[in-house]
Write a protein that binds this ligand. Structure first.
Ligand code: ADP
Ligand code: MG
Length: 349
């Protein structure tokens, strides 16, 4: 069942088109990541869904109830949309304890019910020992869980999270995002997670929607957007990709690194072939590429290689093989993980 349904939503601020004819759907219980660079309109879209902004065009339904429809003047205010929000800076009340922060959203229930619900959320977010602490006494990860518990307290059908892990130390982020995903999945809450971090989106979300300059580029499972990017922008933004020139004819693309199958939708002529790092291997007899740069990443060494045409590709060497700069490496590109885009690409990544 579709819980969040966004249709043809646009929002302008003066000359700036922050969101442009966006369609987006989130199914019940799913985490949808809205992924895009800074300034691409993610927060605006979230605020439109929450009811903090009015769109210029389009309509939004939450749980099959229209909450805004410009054409028929439907408008449901934010507090009646059944939406919980978690902000980047957590926005906790510094003078309230953890329990009081969580209780804040539960004004219209009996005292006893409020206590019961607060305790339930303290248990869910593993914050029972911190119930009487103040936010400044907690770690970033714990504060994040308080913000989530507060948003979840009134049992919203939908939770919207705006870059909720930005304030955390990088080494803490994977842990906290796993915890948050587990809590949301356990409750079956539908969530939209705004992020500019592709790793976070791919790792945490059931669906990923990639947005650029206010326009939705592609929505699909993490695997879809990674392996079948719809545009060169998506290819470059989601995961690492290199582009090698080629020529399409029939259902094949000819390049200096080999001949690859391509979609019949690609018109004959020049193309750019997207190659993921993991598709590039060192193989005796392969085409010779020159080592330009080497980066030691711990578990692997990332080599930047120059092909005879001057195009660059990357190779991840998991074995402890050290090639000096200028060394010639025979490379082969595996047939999977390559996608052709008409060239010159309509969008540069
Ligand atoms: P993101 O969250 O992806 O970084 P935003 O939704 O915050 O992007 O912003 C999208 C665009 O809209 C940006 O160009 C931003 O400057 C503009 N914008 C956002 N909010 C406002 C506002 N209240 N007034 C004017 N311009 C705004
Ligand atoms: Mg933002």
């Amino acid at each position: 069942m579709v819980v969040i349904d966004v249709k043809g939503i646009s929002k302008r601020y003066g000359q700036v088109v922050a969101v442009k004819s966006c369609d987006l759907q989130a199914a019940s219980g799913e985490i949808l990541a809205l992924l895009g660079p800074s300034g691409s309109g993610k927060t605006t879209l979230l605020r439109l869904i929450a009811g903090f902004e009015r769109p210029d065009e389009g309509r939004i339904s939450i749980g099959e109830r229209p909450v805004v429809d410009v054409a028929s003047s439907v408008w449901v205010p934010a507090e009646r949309r059944g939406v919980g929000m978690v902000f980047q800076d957590y926005a906790l009340f510094p003078h309230l304890t953890v329990a009081e922060n969580i209780r804040f959203g539960l004004r219209n229930t009996s005292r006893k019910e409020r206590q019961r619900r607060v305790h339930e959320l303290l248990e869910l977010t593993e914050l029972v020992p911190f119930a009487n602490c103040y936010p400044h006494e907690l770690s970033g990860g714990q504060q994040q869980r308080v913000a989530l518990a507060r948003a979840l307290a009134p049992r919203p059908g939908v939770v919207l999270l705006d870059e909720p892990f930005n304030g955390l130390d990088p080494e803490l982020r994977p842990v906290v995002r796993r915890e948050v995903a587990q809590i949301l999945h356990r409750l079956g809450t539908t969530a939209i997670l705004v992020t500019h971090d592709q790793e976070e989106a791919l790792g945490m979300a059931d669906q990923v929607a990639v947005i650029r300059r206010g326009e939705l580029q592609q929505a699909g499972t993490p695997e879809d957007v990674y392996y079948q990017p719809a545009t060169p922008f998506v290819a470059g933004f989601v995961g690492q990709a290199d582009f090698v020139p080629g020529v399409a004819s029939g259902q094949q693309v000819h390049t200096e690194v080999g001949v690859f199958p391509c979609s019949p939708n690609i018109p004959p002529g020049p193309v750019k072939l997207m190659i993921r790092h993991e598709a590039v291997n060192c193989r005796p007899g392969g085409i010779l590429a020159t080592v330009e740069e080497r980066e030691f990443l711990g578990g692997e060494i990332l080599y930047r290689l120059r092909l005879p045409s001057g195009a660059m590709i990357h190779l991840e060497q998991r074995n402890r093989v050290t090639w000096p700069i200028g060394h010639q490496v025979p490379v082969e590109v595996s047939l999977s993980n390559v996608i052709a885009f008409p060239s010159p690409p309509s969008e540069k990544p």
